[in-house]
Design a protein around this ligand. Structure first.
Ligand code: G1P
Length: 290
């Protein structure tokens, strides 16, 4: 079966961005001209996904509103003859079919996926996209994983090489290379110290979950911190001999979950923007000379 649905967990508190996220979701912070979450949704849509389930929590209404119509705004833009911006605004609600489920408590990314699973067919694979990671690539990041899923019929995690000193922030995999960008995963170590990391291939926030992972996730016990994590479910899957693949993402990934990565994404995307790239380049040159 092909991947038609995506789950996007957006229940996190965004503490790394306080005070900017005190009264607004971190997913609504803009990268150039649209919120991070719209970039993520557009990546999924560009990969052919038409149904998106957001896993939300209290305080995240702005995300629901963003992917809904806003008739009053559209009416006013129409009256003012602002056609181009009207098109941009009204297109957002039509990007896909959106559904929202609530995660009753912040109990881990696996727990968030479990909240959406009742709305997924037991036999259909699903894409999972985290709002923190932005991927800028010719072939959308999640489409790269979907291609690996089609070929291998097993769950797929996205990976990218990171400096060894940073492995403690990620799940790190090791395995056997089975294709130009694909590894059959043998080990998945969550947040290893650099000297214990089995490689420099770090897992980033894109997954395709094969249906055989669902029962494993349902049975997954909470870890030491009380959270049900996808990472632990992948570990269990490997112990049970359930195949797991890692796809090395071709493209640039920005960790928008921290202020530096967020700024890098803004600068990089603005430098590709038709109207912003020249004046921004001039500004950066001038500023860096000082
Ligand atoms: C989670 C995963 C980890 C992965 C990371 C990617 O960690 O558990 O395996 O590398 O996302 O962003 P978190 O950052 O939620 O602690």
């Amino acid at each position: 079966m092909t991947v038609r649905k995506a789950i996007i967990p957006v229940a996190g508190l965004g503490t790394r961005f306080l005070p900017a996220t005190k009264a607004q979701p971190k997913e609504m912070l803009p990268v150039v001209d649209r919120p991070i979450i719209q970039h993520i949704v557009e990546e999924a849509v560009a990969a052919g996904i038409r149904e998106i389930i957001f896993v939300t929590a209290i305080g995240k209404h702005a995300i629901e509103n963003h992917f809904d119509r806003n008739f009053e705004l559209e009416y006013r833009l129409e009256q003012q003859g602002k056609r181009a911006v009207l098109r941009e605004v009204s297109r957002i609600g039509k990007l896909a079919s959106f559904a929202f489920v609530r995660q009753a408590k912040p109990a881990g990314d696996g727990h968030a996926v479990l909240a959406a699973l009742p709305f997924v067919d037991a036999h259909e694979p699903i894409a999972v996209l985290f709002g923190d990671d932005m991927i800028v690539a010719k072939q959308p990041g999640i489409a790269q994983l979907m291609a690996t899923y089609q070929e291998r019929q097993g769950s797929v995690v996205a990976v990218t090489p990171v400096p060894r000193r940073e492995t403690y922030r990620y799940g790190v995999i090791a395995g056997t290379r089975v294709g130009a960008h694909t590894h059959a995963v043998r080990t998945f170590v969550e947040k290893p110290r650099p000297k214990d990391a089995p490689s420099r291939l770090a897992v980033i926030g894109r997954y395709v979950l094969a249906p055989e992972l669902f029962p494993i996730l349902r049975r997954q016990r909470p870890g030491k911190d009380g959270e049900i994590r996808l990472a632990d479910a992948f570990g269990t899957a490997l112990q049970l001999g359930v195949p797991l693949f890692a796809r090395e993402i071709v493209g640039q990934r920005y960790d928008c979950g921290n202020p530096l990565g967020f700024l890098e994404a803004n600068v990089a995307l603005a430098l590709q923007h038709p109207e912003l790239k020249r004046p921004l380049r001039q500004f950066l040159r001038k500023t860096l000379r000082k």
